[in-house]
Design a protein around this ligand. Structure first.
Ligand SMILES: O=C(CO)[C@H](O)[C@H](O)COP(=O)(O)O
Length: 209
C-alpha cells in the first residue's frame, strides 16, 4: 500500500498534536514541517516520537549545509527520517545519509527546484538515499501542478530509493497521483486546513489501497 505522510506546518506543537489525534490511524509518516521545526526547534521531534513511537517521525529540515552535524542532532532528538535538498552539494547530501545509516535510520532528499532531474536522481540514489521526493514548491503552487512527469523521471532512474510526491496535493488529485505509482504521498494543507481532517485522511488512504 502507498504510504501517507502528513506534513504538519503549524507554528506550535499543541496544534500539531491536536491534528494528529484526529488523523493518526491513516498516517504512516508524521512530518515536523519546516515551519514547525523552525518555530519549536528539534525538541518537537522527540515530543512527537514519544507520543507516536510506532510511527515514523520526519524532520523536514531541507538541509542545505551542515548535513552530517545537523542531521545527527535531529536523529538523536527523535527523528526517524531527515530531509536535505538535491540542489545542494554532494558532501551535505552524503552527510545526511551517513548520519542516518550510522544510526539505523533513513534519509530523504527533496528534489525541489532540481533542473537536471534524471542525472541527479541517479547520483542521489547511488549515494544511498532511502527516499527521493518530487516536490512542487509551496511558493510555486499557483504556477504549476503536481509534478507527475517528474515522478515518472524519478521512477525511471532509481534503483533502490523509494519515490514520493508532494506539493498542494488534494483528495481530488488522488486518482492521478496514485496512477503515477508513488511509494508514498506527502499531504500538508489539504489536511490541516480541512474542516474534517479525518475524512480527508481516510479518503486519501482509500485511494492508496
Ligand atoms: O515542504 C513543504 C513546503 O516546502 C510542505 O510541507 C509540503 O509541500 C506539503 O504541504 P502541502 O500539501 O500544503 O503542499
Amino acid at each position: 500500500m502507498v504510504k501517507l505522510q502528513a506534513a504538519i506546518d503549524y507554528t506550535n506543537i499543541e496544534e500539531a498534536f491536536a491534528l494528529m489525534e484526529k488523523i493518526e490511524p491513516y498516517i504512516d509518516i508524521i512530518e515536523i514541517g519546516t515551519m514547525l521545526g523552525l518555530c519549536e526547534g528539534f525538541s518537537a521531534l522527540g515530543k512527537m516520537k514519544q507520543k507516536y513511537p510506532h510511527k515514523k517521525v520526519l524532520c523536514d529540515a531541507k538541509l542545505v549545509d551542515g548535513g552530517y552535524d545537523i542531521a545527527s542532532y535531529a536523529y538523536d532528538a527523535g527523528a526517524d527520517i531527515v530531509t536535505t535538498i538535491g540542489m545542494t552539494n554532494n558532501e551535505t547530501c552524503s552527510g545526511v545519509v551517513r548520519a542516518a545509516h550510522e544510526r539505523g535510520k533513513e534519509a530523504m532528499v527533496d528534489m525541489i527546484g532540481v533542473a537536471n532531474l534524471a542525472e541527479r536522481v541517479q547520483e542521489l540514489d547511488a549515494m544511498g538515499f532511502d527516499y527521493i521526493l518530487v516536490h512542487t514548491a509551496h511558493d510555486m503552487l499557483n504556477c504549476i501542478s503536481a509534478p507527475l512527469e517528474a515522478l515518472k523521471v524519478i521512477k525511471a532512474n532509481v534503483k533502490n530509493a523509494k519515490a514520493g510526491i508532494s506539493g498542494g496535493i488534494t483528495v481530488d488529485q488522488m486518482p492521478d497521483i496514485v496512477a503515477g505509482k508513488p511509494d508514498w504521498v506527502v499531504v500538508g494543507s489539504a489536511l490541516y486546513t480541512a474542516k474534517d481532517p479525518l475524512l480527508v485522511a481516510k479518503s486519501m488512504k482509500e485511494y492508496m489501497k
